[in-house]
Design a protein around this ligand. Sequence first.
Ligand code: BGC
Length: 553
Amino acid sequence: MTDAPWWRDAVCYQVYVRSFADADGDGLGDLAGVRSRLPYLAGLGVDAVWLTPFYRSPQRDHGYDVADHRDVDGLFGTLADFDAMLGTAHELGLRVIIDIVPNHTSDDHAWFQEALAAGPGSAARDRYLFRNGRGRGGSLPPNNWRSVFGGPAWTRLPEGSDREWYLHLFDSTQPDLNWRNGEVVGEFESILRFWLDRGVDGFRIDVAHGLFKAAGLPDGTSRGLVTAFWNQPEVHHVYRRWHRVLAEYDGDRMAIAEAWAPDAEAMAQYIRRDELQQAFNFRWLEAAWSAAAFRRVIEETFAAVDPVGASPTWVLSNHDVVREVTRYGGGRQGLERSKAATLTMLAMPGSAYLYQGTELGLPQVDVPEEARQDPTWLRGGGTGRDGCRIPLPWSGSEPPYGFGPGAGVKTWLPLPASWAELSVAAQETDPASTLSFLRRALASRRRVLAGLGQQVRLPRGSPGVLVIEREPGFTCVLNCGSRSHRLGAYGDLLIASAHEDQVAGGVLPPDTAAWFTRPSAVPANLLSARLGRRTVNAHEKGGGPTDVFSTDL
Ligand code: BGC
């Protein structure tokens, strides 16, 4: 337990840089802003921060279109600002994970510009996926793939050129790289080293499941399409190499895959012992508000990660999905459910990822059409992600709520006029606020975590209620039902997501979770449970079979 790598049980806070804090007053967050607010994050009680891309970029996909992987965009500061931010984070005891975007570059990247100039068949074009079109005069795309952001996944070079097509699984300004090209492989290892040498603690790998496309770029049927460009077996060779690069450095450097896998087992492929350290477990985020659904996710997660010797991660939101308060129905109920789901995931072994604003209970915002910025919206590929990317409200009674130094600054996305009570300053001194709750939850987690085993038991109990137990004597109970639940004798109440008085009196209202400790009530047979899934007899009254999962590394 004590020699576990730092990331195994880390709580990592996702900083969406352009919406976190603005130091220079241009309405856009920056690295100096991040640095100035690091004490806030240390005070919140997280262990690490993950920063979304701040590299040089034309910002067509808000930084996920990288033009230079080794430089900071002027919008966000300079390399010196990055170093200063990293130094301050480390002084505060916070680890720093940065985003790396290997599936594609910006069309402003020197390689893509070189490819355009060099022409068909050149070495420069082979770094990307250029192809001739089909049909008369090559006027049809090379295959039927669709962009994740809407529209075709191919764009044809303009009239007056050679008229090849290039592949882009995202925006047309984000050409996909050819990972069967050795130069691409070498370049990304060099980029990893560039940032590892500067001292970063890890990487979040964007679209980690997309780097390889099926050989020959075949057409897909609507079902097969997905398998033609996601989760190809070759991608794992890349991560075995990256594992070795990370291992050259001290300090348990790590990488986490953003790999949208079809199931937990496919997710676990990315975290085999010689590959990446973590993969986002999006199944928690995708689960409906139901004890049975959460239970299934927990069971499937452990059943998938145990055999590969990995530990799980838990994630409820990020900059690509509708905020959890709104997903769970919005308003007071949405907030209570999101606090309960957060407390439940924090009870689990493994690492939890929190998206900025979760600690404030921010809802999704319905951004006015004229203010929309997201390429998925602009390309007609969805409802757009702007609503979860609104700048954070820090203080004050009107927008932009202390986001930057100036009162009248126009932020890149507008803040709602109704957010005064959600600001950090407004919540900081209120013991009943979401912020105070999360601080207490993280402090409690730190207090009890060191002594807890890496196994969970899921005793079957009342419908609508999820019970999670960890040794020695730790219990988390979540009520997803519509009626109050009479609690068993779980020991002392550590924290509840709401209604603490009622919970202390033995009643768990709907949409509430609570943690309890009972230091010496663990049956001896559990102490010998080792890696893998097994079933033992439940020890609590009325219980059915109990599933035990472990994640010892
Ligand atoms: C990121 C998105 C981004 C896309 C393309 C993702 O999955 O999280 O924000 O638009 O990759 O880079």
